[in-house]
Each structure stands twice: as structure tokens, then as C-alpha cells.
Design a protein around this ligand. Structure first.
Ligand SMILES: CC(C)(COP(=O)(O)OP(=O)(O)OC[C@H]1O[C@@H](n2cnc3c(N)ncnc32)[C@H](O)[C@@H]1OP(=O)(O)O)[C@@H](O)C(=O)NCCC(=O)NCCS
Length: 200
């Protein structure tokens, strides 16, 4: 009797997996290269961080939309560190790939590199993770196909996204204004560049 139930459940799982759609990561991977123009520079002649963020959002959008076959919105952006300045006249290459698929959300991994045209020298400018959510025609969040993980690196990136999400929600709940207690953080702020002057 027990074996029959297990067999039945396994069959159900197989059917579910057959119905559920999975797509190859390579099919939505994208690369764009842009020349950095003087109009994108700040007062010190380097490229504005905001321009780079704009390009990153565009390629994350394109990659997520391609994977989900729907228009997507940016739900959140994981920390963006600008590791190296980008100069006017350099070629900027952005690469995007789906790292994780939830029910309606996808984490798109981005890598940005600049290249000096004359010397060919390349610099890693930043890596970041954009969470994009697929929307249907009525602007409602809609399910996305899963991804097929075919290498250790793909499994590593997928697992990292899950762990990062879990850690993120733990961090956020600790600082929820309903549970936050100033007394718990007075020591932490003691040596900081701030002064507490609470108004009644
Ligand atoms: C983010 C947004 C899509 C959430 O959609 P929602 O349907 O209200 O909320 P849900 O709780 O059902 O979440 C849908 C998915 O988004 C994810 N999500 C929601 N907020 C998130 C956040 N801040 N960071 C990461 N993921 C988030 C959820 O985990 C869920 O993923 P899953 O389906 O894979 O499990 C919605 O709030 C929205 O449209 N925001 C505006 C987005 C936008 O306009 N971006 C451009 C800014 S100019």
C-alpha cells in the first residue's frame, strides 16, 4: 500500500515536472557594448554612475523579459560597487544572465567591464544582481519558466541567490521599526561619526 502511494506521488511529480516549463540560461544571455561619450561624463571627466546604472537596468530588463517572454519590472537591485572609474572614450561591455528563477521573479546577474580602445586593457567595473518580476497584460505578476542548471557555477549562483534572499529578509526584519530598540545599538554607535540628540 505504502509503495503504491509513493509510486503515485512520484508519477504526479514527474507529470508536474513535464508540465512545468524550464528554459536554458544561454537562450536569454545578453551582451551589449557601448562607447562612453563625453555627454555621459561628470565634472571630473569620468562617466556618471547613474548612466551605468541606467544601462545595467536596461540589459537586466532585456534578459529577464527574454527569459519570461513578458515585460518585467525591477523589484530590487543588490548592492552596486563601482570598483574602477570609467573614462570617456572607453568601450563598456555589460553581460547579463539569469542566475535564479522564483515563481514570478528572476535574479539577473550582471558584469560590467570597460576597455581602453588603444591599449586593449580591460577593467572590471562592477557586478550586481537585479531582481526582476514578470508582469502580464494586466500588470499582474505572472509565473516565469525555471532555468536548467548545467554546471557547478550555475548551481552555485542559484544557491547563492536563495541564501542572499534569506539573509536579506532576516536583516530587514531585525530593523523593522516595530521591533527596533535603540538601547540594543548604543554601543555600536558609540565610536561612530554621529551624535544622538533625540527630540521628545
Ligand atoms: C516589486 C513588485 C513587482 C512586487 O509585486 P507584487 O505582485 O506586488 O508582490 P509579490 O509579493 O507577489 O511578489 C512578487 C515577486 O516579487 C518578489 N519581490 C517583491 N518585492 C521584492 C523586493 N523588494 N526585492 C526582491 N524581490 C521582490 C517576491 O519575492 C515575489 O517573487 P516570487 O514570485 O518569485 O516568489 C511590485 O511591488 C511592483 O510592481 N513594484 C514597482 C516596480 C517598478 O515599477 N520598478 C521600476 C521602478 S521605477
Amino acid at each position: 500500500m505504502g509503495i503504491k502511494i509513493i509510486k503515485k506521488n512520484l508519477l504526479k511529480l514527474k507529470i508536474l515536472q513535464m508540465i512545468k516549463k524550464f528554459k536554458n540560461i544561454e537562450d536569454s544571455q545578453l551582451t551589449i557594448t557601448e562607447l562612453m561619450l563625453p555627454s555621459h561624463s561628470n565634472f571630473s571627466g569620468k562617466i556618471h554612475g547613474g548612466h551605468i546604472l541606467n544601462l545595467m537596468d536596461q540589459i537586466a530588463f532585456a534578459c529577464a523579459s527574454k527569459h519570461s517572454s513578458n515585460y518585467c519590472v525591477t523589484a530590487s537591485v543588490n548592492k552596486v560597487d563601482f570598483l574602477n572609474p570609467i573614462e570617456v572614450g572607453e568601450l563598456l561591455t555589460l553581460k547579463a544572465s539569469v542566475n535564479y528563477t522564483g515563481r514570478t521573479s528572476m535574479v539577473i546577474g550582471l558584469r560590467v567591464e570597460s576597455e581602453n580602445i588603444r591599449t586593449g586593457e580591460t577593467k572590471h567595473c562592477n557586478s550586481s544582481y537585479f531582481t526582476m518580476v514578470a508582469k502580464d497584460e494586466n500588470e499582474k505578476s505572472t509565473p516565469v519558466p525555471g532555468i536548467i542548471l548545467t554546471s557547478k557555477d550555475e548551481v552555485r549562483r542559484y544557491a547563492r541567490s536563495i541564501v542572499r534572499q534569506n539573509e536579506g529578509s532576516k536583516r530587514t526584519s531585525r530593523f523593522n521599526s516595530n521591533v527596533f530598540k535603540i538601547e540594543d545599538y548604543l554601543n555600536l554607535l558609540k565610536e561612530s561619526n554621529s551624535k544622538i540628540e533625540l527630540k521628545a
